[in-house]
Design a protein around this ligand. Structure first.
Ligand code: F6P
Length: 348
């Protein structure tokens, strides 16, 4: 077989581990792998696919490296007139017998569309947001949540020394997995996620109460996807926000943490500082869990192609790797269990 392989959407730790696994499992069975550069962009120029051959030695040493050696982009062929046809022509020109697509819900929605046209596509779920429907874990989540936990560990001591509230803004566009797991593991005192409307009065009462009983400091974790105007009770509409090719605004420009921090300080009169973890959550080496998961997914994806089981995404269910239909994956995202927030509150 000749297998194409691409990584699309935001990068995260563990992508290279998955690339290595696909290439090595393919080579083991005598298949050839072509790396497609920069996500769907690498297949979106008519007659000019952007590819590099990948053999065993090309993936030597990349297991512990962050990012993706193939590059990535948020290019969306579905948004361009005739975009999908160009991708299909390029797949045909490259004589691909299979295409492994490593991506989040956006990238996998393109994979689902291609599978719907009969292309031999298999998906691998990755996103530090961990919100791809149909799997219990996405590549990148464990590494990112661990970084949030470690950041909170560090913020705890400086918060305590100054008796401050620390607001920690973390990624998470539609789902609060990173905030919930990072916050729970770091012992945060409040965790605010997109799935649950924020009751800022209750949060401020809680922080004031903690200050009153002599608890000198508090940590508030907030997902950047939290609707701040709604939380503040204002009706403002975000003006002039630029959208990416999948229609998503740049959430880092909204200043969610900063706005909440200011409001918390105004309401509680407790000195408040804000830390935005940003892309630190997506950089650097993958955790043990992500390396193992990515390796298992990469092998399972090649096995699915070999067996002719196309149009699926490999997924984690319990301890097992399973396959789920790609067309179901692209219909929804997977919200965090808000019960985790109650657990964090219980342990506060
Ligand atoms: O890939 C998902 C994500 O990490 C979101 O949590 C975040 O909103 C977005 O990517 C940031 O993307 P970019 O790197 O393009 O700013």
């Amino acid at each position: 077989m000749r297998i194409g392989l691409l990584t699309g959407g935001g990068d995260c730790p563990g992508l290279n581990a998955a690339i290595r696994a696909v290439v090595r499992r393919a080579r083991f069975a005598g298949h050839e792998t072509l790396g497609i550069r920069n996500g769907w962009a690498g297949l979106s120029e008519a007659g000019q696919p952007d590819v590099i051959p990948l053999d065993r030695h090309d993936v030597s040493g990349i297991l512990p490296e962050g990012g993706t050696i193939l590059g990535t982009s948020r290019t969306n062929p579905l948004a361009a007139e005739g975009g999908i046809e160009i991708v299909r022509d390029n797949i045909a020109a490259l004589a691909l017998d299979g295409l492994v697509v490593i991506g989040g819900d956006d990238t996998l929605s393109v994979a689902a569309a291609l599978a719907g046209c009969g292309e031999p596509v298999v998906g691998i779920p990755k996103t530090m947001d961990n919100d791809v429907w149909g799997t219990e874990r996405c590549i990148g989540f464990d590494s990112a949540a661990t970084i949030v936990m470690e950041a909170i560990d560090r913020l705890q001591s400086t918060a305590a020394s100054h008796h401050r509230v620390m607001v920690v803004e973390v990624m998470g566009r539609d789902a609060g997995w990173i905030a919930a797991y990072g916050g729970l593991a770091g012992g945060a005192d409040a965790v605010l996620v997109p799935e649950r409307p924020v009751d800022l009065d209750a949060v401020c009462r809680h922080l004031s109460q903690r200050a009153k009983v002599g608890t000198g400091s508090s940590i508030v974790v907030v997902s950047e996807g939290v609707d701040v105007p709604r939380a503040l009770g204002t009706d403002e509409v975000a003006a002039g926000e630029s959208l990416d090719a999948f229609g998503h605004p740049r959430l880092d420009r909204r200043g969610v943490g900063e706005r909440l921090g200011r409001e918390i300080e105004a309401r509680t009169h407790i000195e408040t500082r804000v830390t935005v973890l940003g892309h630190l959550q997506r950089g650097g080496p993958p955790s043990l869990v992500d390396r193992v998961l990515a390796s298992r997914y990469g092998v399972a994806a090649v096995e699915a192609l070999e067996a002719g089981r196309w149009g699926v995404m490999v997924a984690l269910r319990g301890e097992a790797i399973v396959e789920v239909p790609l067309d179901q994956v692209s219909r929804a995202t997977r919200p965090v269990d808000v019960g985790l927030l109650d657990l964090a509150a219980l342990l506060d």
